[in-house]
Design a protein around this ligand. Structure first.
Ligand code: UD1
Length: 353
């Protein structure tokens, strides 16, 4: 029995793709939901849209400071692992649920697999960077998504059982392509932001929303607002700067991808969206100092931008009018072929037998 552990929004697309292949290859698995995200549009909507198996257990950890949230995940997941002793704990991504589950399993000598291994920003102020480093160094089976991530692991001395396979998130993107593809007449600018460096900083968030409102005077700007970002907009009293922007709560996967398909430019700080836009040849502006997904800058459609109203406005205008095409070299094209989960499944099968 393999436990596929997830808890935050970006985990569920990956779990969907991997679990489809586990089913095809007759691998018995259960989903363990940590409850890190709990609003309908941050978790259950994906179970409904992808037809995911109901979680075996819901740990209901909810939000909280990092230590408290990770501690609750560990305490509750450990109890389950002690009782049930799964054959493997399979973790995805870089959220607190990833690291919490991996730590529990490693200490109980249960094999740990980590999908998205080796991703690094070089910035230890990002909670995800700590989660990635810890998880990679205690995992038994590692699945980097890009050649750069593979090299990062080698540079840290992690050389055993490392398999460069691509990203299940892209499998999911391609699997559902027909559902969200839509004919559209209007081109929009789509915005999704949630990184603490952007949204927890009053100056940065103010600069960003002012730029968005200026863009909205010329273009249709759709801003799907993450709960963290919404709280900060309220706390810093910034709604007044969003009066021209078409904003809403987070939307489900299919609706989000319909919007993405309509976008002349996507403004984001999400890693996953940088990858998805590059695969779909949609312009992407990442409000980040560095990208963990360097290949989307080198060969894709991502450009970095600082949280500065003038820079953001001018870069977004340029990006909106560009008809971009990624120029992935063959290796990246092969890795983004929609078969990453199949490769993972074959390796996992060989490992646990
Ligand atoms: C988490 C991940 C981040 C990931 C992001 C995707 C960590 C360290 N961070 O960040 O890597 O990219 O998810 O969304 O694991 N909240 C709600 N409803 C929810 C979930 C959260 O209202 O369903 C609110 C909470 O009040 C919380 C805030 O949003 O204070 C932030 O949630 P949290 O899970 O702590 O971090 P994210 O910013 O979502």
């Amino acid at each position: 029995m393999i436990y596929l552990v997830g808890g935050a929004r970006p985990n569920f697309m990956k779990i969907a793709a991997i679990s489809r292949e586990f089913e095809k290859f007759d691998i018995s698995y259960d989903i363990i939901h940590t409850g890190q995200h709990y609003d309908y549009n941050m978790n259950q909507v994906f179970f409904d849209e992808f037809g995911l198996k109901k979680p075996l257990v819901h740990l209901e950890v909810g939000s909280g400071p990092h230590g408290e949230q990770t501690g609750k995940i560990m305490e509750r997941f450990e109890r389950l692992c002690l009782d049930e002793r799964p054959d493997m704990v399979f973790t995805v991504g870089d959220v607190n649920s990833t690291m919490g589950a991996a730590l529990v399993a490693a200490k109980l000598h249960i094999p740990v697999a980590h999908q998205e291994a080796g991703m690094r920003s070089g910035d230890k102020k990002m909670p995800e960077e700590i989660n990635r480093i810890v998880t990679d160094h205690i995992s038994d089976l590692l699945f980097p998504i890009s050649p750069k991530d593979f090299q990062n692991l080698y540079a840290e001395g992690i050389t055993e059982n490392v398999h460069l396979v691509g990203d299940p998130m892209i499998d999911n993107l391609l699997y559902y392509k027909e559902i969200y593809a839509c004919d559209h007449t209007e081109k929009i600018i789509l915005v999704e932001l949630h990184r603490p460096a952007n949204v927890d900083d009053p100056k940065n968030l103010t600069e960003i929303v002012i730029a968005l409102n200026q863009l909205a005077e010329r273009y249709h700007v759709v801003f799907t607002i993450h709960p963290r970002t919404k709280k900060k907009i309220e706390e810093f009293k910034l709604w007044q700067y969003l009066d021209m922007v078409d904003h809403c709560d987070p939307v489900g996967y299919f609706d989000f991808h319909k919007l993405m398909n309509q976008a002349g430019c996507v403004i984001t700080d999400s890693d996953g969206i940088q990858q998805e836009t590059s695969v779909l040849n949609i312009s992407c502006l990442a409000i980040r100092d560095t990208s963990n997904i360097q290949y989307t800058i080198d060969h894709g459609t991502t450009q970095l931008c600082s949280p500065d109203r003038v820079e953001l406005f001018s870069k977004a205008v340029c990006k909106y009018h560009m008809n971009e095409k990624s120029n992935f070299p063959k290796q990246l094209k092969d890795l983004n072929d929609g078969k990453s989960s199949e490769r993972i499944t074959q390796i996992v099968k060989g490992y646990i037998i």
